[in-house]
Design a protein around this ligand. Structure first.
Ligand code: SF4
Length: 286
């Protein structure tokens, strides 16, 4: 890649990170408006109204949707006829760091060696760009486009996430019931409801959590499968509600991505209990 192209990629990725951190997609706004209109609990209705206002203000002023600006995760979709220059990945990494500074994100990069980073003994860097992005994923797509999606993952959903084997007993409903049971527990504990549930079903812990992230990348609040709707409805029947105040909207939508499976009596299921500002994601194309 030429110098100009490198700088272009850095700039576009930085802008994409800012967009992911400061905007709801139109379908996400429609989902909030729909839930607000049918909410019967006045306290929960007030919370939904504030979340809509928060999103409008964030977009208008290019401000983060939440003080926890999240950890950047990147998914690259690489066209089979596209050529990926050798310095594309370093440019993506530099673009993420630049985007964190441009936002600016909360400075959350932890200093020190391995043990010090775990114990947080050496404190934090003042530089928002110090927060390294998570290992990225590349997905093959037809054509010659290179699409980069930046997802900003907040801490609350990490606390309420879970990846574990589920014995299927040759019955999909058995797995689905387990997913609903996980979701009910996680949503009740989340704190920043309404939740957006993302499930991946795969053959390993890595694959299942990658699929859950892919489900968030693809999330379209206007489209729900029967399975996704069943999960949402069954968790909403718990009446946990926005901020746990009760009401009709504990879950805004559910997104499920089921991958290839292997001969075994179990499946690996991964749940990300995304919070009320999620999924914060945006995509750019080269
Ligand atoms: S859980 Fe979500 S809304 Fe709550 S503090 Fe974290 S990022 Fe913000």
């Amino acid at each position: 890649m030429s110098k100009l192209h490198y700088d272009t990629v850095v700039d576009r990725i930085a802008d994409t990170l800012v967009t992911a951190s400061t905007t709801f997609t139109p379908d996400q706004m429609r989902a909030y408006a729909h839930c607000k209109a049918k909410e019967t609990n006045p306290n929960a209705g007030w919370v939904l109204e504030k979340l809509i206002e928060n999103a409008e203000e964030a977009e208008k002023n290019a401000l983060p949707l939440c003080d926890d600006t999240g950890t950047p995760h990147v998914i690259i979709e690489l066209g089979k006829d596209a050529t990926l220059p050798g310095d594309f990945l370093p440019a993506v990494e530099a673009g993420v760091a630049e985007g964190l500074r441009r936002l600016p994100a909360r400075a959350m990069g932890v200093l020190g060696d391995d043990k010090e980073r775990v114990s947080q003994k050496k404190g934090l860097s003042d530089d928002p760009g110090h927060l390294a992005m998570a290992p990225l994923r590349i997905i093959a797509i037809p054509g010659n486009a290179i699409r980069v999606t930046v997802l900003m993952l907040g801490g609350g959903p990490e606390l309420r996430g879970k990846t574990l084997r589920v014995f299927h007993k040759h019955n999909f409903q058995v797995v689905l019931d387990e997913m609903v049971a996980w979701a009910k527990e996680a949503v009740a504990l989340l704190g920043c409801q309404p939740a957006i549930l993302a499930f991946g079903v795969g053959r390993s812990n890595f694959e299942a959590s990658s699929l859950a992230l892919e489900a968030l990348k693809n999330a379209d609040f206007d489209v729900q499968t029967d399975v996704e709707k069943e999960i949402t409805d069954r968790v909403n029947a718990e009446h946990i509600g926005a901020l746990g105040l009760g009401g009709d909207t504990s879950v805004l939508a559910t997104f499920v991505k089921i991958g290839a499976q292997r001969a075994s009596g179990w499946r690996v299921v991964s749940l990300r209990t995304e919070c009320c500002v999620g999924p914060r994601r945006a995509t750019c194309e080269f």
